[in-house]
Ligand binder design. Structure first.
Ligand code: ATP
Ligand code: MG
Length: 423
């Protein structure tokens, strides 16, 4: 036998019943972000490498070491998209969306590719759900995007996630702070971790979110980014925070949060979940002012975020409505001699009746062990039993597989019961 071909390291197949949860999460994203005016854009999976070099930034980890790049047959330098913001901005410019009434609100959902070491919560093909608001108005736009984020997280069943938020200041504040930080760290150079020594030359701000304990100790005495902020940046940050307070949204100011990408200005944020271990970030985002211009468009205020869908689904609460919507078909199992009835049986009549009311339903096997094995593999939450006794009495037995409760119902009450318990 020839050796088996396996999926490539860092990639995975998503299988049913999990795919139903993915589809339900994505449907909820379209619905909730749609309420905030975000409409879907689908950009190509691959782009010219140059787009990410310019759009994500040469000194970022993504461009520096994580891109899947190759030369195509025409000698073009191509990269599988490692993130979607650069592509969205390219499309915004390419299709003249900056001439539409502003702001333009876009949603994307799809796979991204990064050549990183695969581990829990880190894949080489992973998936993001993100929104970008382009052509907006400073702090008010940041708030709009954060409100949409919280609405989505709540809709899929998270109630206790905290948003970490910080400001990296405007261009001038950042330049000023960069200088202060470098002159503070330069004399301590030999004591820094290897990674931070490299960053001292390429992207000193990133040293602030170093995980190394030695670096953290050295940073304790560093000048603060907060102190280097311009009045405008300070006001911007205050405006964002007071709006979040106004709407009762929980957040924590995280002074070390600087994000890995070069294009952010002012507001940056992340959502982390304790259930995830080392790879704990579910969502990262922020405002960016220079990117559209960098790609040949007009100066444009923009803000957005990307949610890591794989990690999000890893920590989805068990009671999430999304799981309920993703439940598999009801199983209708025969009892007694009904199991042996040919094609148009009372059983099939019941299955069709349920389907016509908008439920997924399948006939199940009469043997209990086979029935429950099937229910589990399909992700079913409910089994209906119909035997000769029930048929004669005009009833049906309904078993809730989540609570294991079983009830006998009149046929006439069945739909209302399903509606109440299973939708
Ligand atoms: P990390 O710190 O985990 O490397 P990042 O800063 O590189 O994250 P972003 O570029 O901000 O990530 O992407 C936004 C989100 O996409 C992350 O918060 C995470 O949930 C998800 N993500 C990023 N890289 C991966 C990956 N390799 N596998 C799975 N999810 C990922
Ligand atoms: Mg990363």
């Amino acid at each position: 036998m020839p050796p088996r071909v396996q999926s490539v390291k860092g990639t995975r197949d998503l299988l049913p019943p999990d795919t139903a949860v993915w589809a339900a999460v994505e449907a909820t994203a379209r619905e909730v972000f749609g309420r905030y005016g975000f409409r879907e854009i689908r950009t190509p999976i691959f782009e010219e490498t140059e787009l990410f070099v310019r759009g994500v930034g040469e000194s970022s980890d993504i461009v520096g070491k994580e891109m899947y790049s190759f030369e195509d047959k025409g000698g073009r330098r191509i990269t599988l998209r490692p993130e979607n913001t650069a592509s969205v901005c390219r499309a915004y410019v390419e299709h003249g969306m900056h001439q539409l009434p502003q702001p333009v609100r876009l949603l994307y959902i799809g796979p991204q590719f990064r050549n990183e070491k695969p581990q829990k919560g880190r894949y080489r093909q992973f998936h993001q759900i993100g929104i970008e608001l382009l052509g907006g108005r400073g702090a008010a736009s940041d708030v709009e995007v954060l409100l949409a984020l919280v609405a989505f997280l709540r809709a899929i069943g998270f109630s206790d996630l905290t948003i970490l938020i910080n400001t990296v200041g405007d261009k001038a504040s950042r330049a000023r702070f960069k200088e202060q930080l470098v002159s503070y760290l330069e004399p301590l150079r030999e004591k820094l971790s290897e990674e931070s020594r490299v960053r001292l030359a390429t992207n000193p701000l990133r040293i602030l979110d170093s995980k190394s304990l030695e670096d953290k100790a050295l940073l304790a005495g560093a000048p603060s980014l907060e102190a280097a902020l311009s009045d405008e940046s300070r006001q911007h940050f205050e405006a964002v925070r007071s709006a979040l307070d106004h709407f009762g949204i929980a957040y924590r100011v995280a002074p070390g949060l600087v994000r890995g990408l070069d294009y952010y200005t002012n507001t940056v944020f992340e959502v982390v979940s304790e259930g995830l271990g080392a790879q704990d970030a579910i969502c990262g985002g922020g405002a960016y002012e220079g990117l559209v211009e960098e790609l040949g468009g007009p100066p444009t205020y923009a803000v957005g975020f990307a949610i890591g869908e794989d990690r999000l689904i890893d920590v989805l609460p068990p009671e999430s409505a999304v799981r309920r919507n993703a439940a598999g078909p009801l199983l209708v199992a025969p009892g007694g001699r009904l199991a042996n009835r040919p094609s148009v049986s009372p059983l099939l009549e019941l299955v069709e009746e349920v389907r016509r009311q908008g439920w997924a339903a399948l006939e199940g096997p009469a043997k209990k062990d086979r029935l429950f094995a099937l229910a589990e593999s399909l992700g079913s939450t409910c089994v209906l039993f119909l035997g000769e006794e029930e048929l004669a009495a005009g009833t049906v037995v309904c078993r809730d597989l989540r609570s294991r409760e079983q009830r006998s119902l009149l046929r006439a009450d069945l739909m209302a019961h399903l509606q109440r318990e299973f939708s």
